[in-house]
Write a protein of this length. Structure first.
Length: 304
């Protein structure tokens, strides 16, 4: 396939098709109410640069924004897709107070609690945002560590399931209770879900990234994407999404406009965990509802 001049390169992978499918996790269709109840928000007509990277605009939050995670052998991409932007936007909203190695909201808690079934079986990003507003929030990873372990192909030996929703902090020697560790950015559930984005929608999404930070998006993942190593992934089609990721910016390469994405398959995949996709690849975008440093509950971070 590398000889077809598609604009990106791939490499052979040790993952079997079964293992690959287990690392996805996007439900095929959201409820009808979610599709009808969300529409693109109006944003100021700030000029759009040809390229943009959230890490550069918010340098105090560059570490949080650029952190690459590994979902392991569990179909929890929807939680990672939701919390990558939420971590980033918490840092941005608090002026960098939510930063450092401990600034990671619990992916494990999200997978166990934000779904009414096993979170390793897939979901939608907005489920996490609705849960955070509906309940008391979501703890840090220090309080509630992620349950799927390993990296690369080392953890493909068994199919993971999400444990029951925890009622206490399970992190070793964590010094405060679950209730004391909950982060609740009020208003995050007023998300925007844009499906089958038009050219105008793509411009709106870029403005929302430029003004507020990273956003989640869905893609249809193939074995070609599994083997992606570099360049701009250009395989577009009228497909339903089966994987959730998030974007931190955009750019142009070889005349092709792309979104800069971050996956949740560890740093050994793609361009150190990141990738570029042609603008026609995203099937949908989920933008968290707006919140401020004064519109929620943000406990002081506890460094490990």
């Amino acid at each position: 396939i590398n000889g077809l001049d598609l604009g990106f390169t791939v490499a052979a992978s040790d993952w079997t098709t079964e293992h690959f499918q287990a690392r996805l996790g996007r439900s095929q269709e959201p409820p009808i109410g979610a599709r009808r109840g969300s529409s693109p928000r109006s944003v100021q007509a700030e000029s759009l640069p040809a390229s943009f990277d959230s890490r550069s605009k918010w340098p105090k939050c560059a570490e949080v924004i650029g952190k690459i995670h590994d979902q392991g052998h569990c179909g929890s991409c929807w939680v990672f897709g939701a919390l990558g932007p939420l971590d980033s936007r918490l840092c941005i909203a608090t002026g960098g107070n939510f930063s450092g190695s401990a600034a990671v909201l619990s992916r494990g808690f999200g997978a166990s609690c934000a779904s009414n079934y096993d979170g390793c079986l897939g979901g939608w990003e907005y489920w996490v945002y609705e849960y955070v507003d509906r309940e008391d929030g979501i703890p840090s990873t220090g309080c509630s560590p992620y349950f799927a372990t390993g990296s690369g192909t080392e953890h493909f030996q068994q199919h993971g399931t999400a444990p029951p929703c925890p009622t206490t902090c399970t992190g070793e020697d964590y010094p405060r209770s679950l209730q004391e560790d909950l982060y609740q950015p009020k208003g995050v559930s007023k998300y925007t879900l844009i499906q089958d984005p038009t050219a105008q929608d793509l411009e709106t999404v870029k403005r929302l990234i430029q003004s507020g930070g990273p956003v989640a998006f869905g893609i249809y993942c193939t074995d070609t994407f599994m083997g992606y190593t570099s360049g701009v992934y250009t395989l577009c089609g009228d497909w339903s999404p089966n994987h959730a990721v998030h974007t931190i910016g955009w750019g142009v390469e070889g005349g092709t406009k792309y979104f800069l994405g971050q996956n949740s398959w560890g740093t050994s995949w793609g361009e150190k965990g990141r990738f570029k996709v042609k603008e026609c690849v995203p099937t949908d975008f989920t933008i968290p509802g707006a919140f401020t440093k004064d519109s929620g509950s943000y406990p002081a971070l506890l460094e490990k």
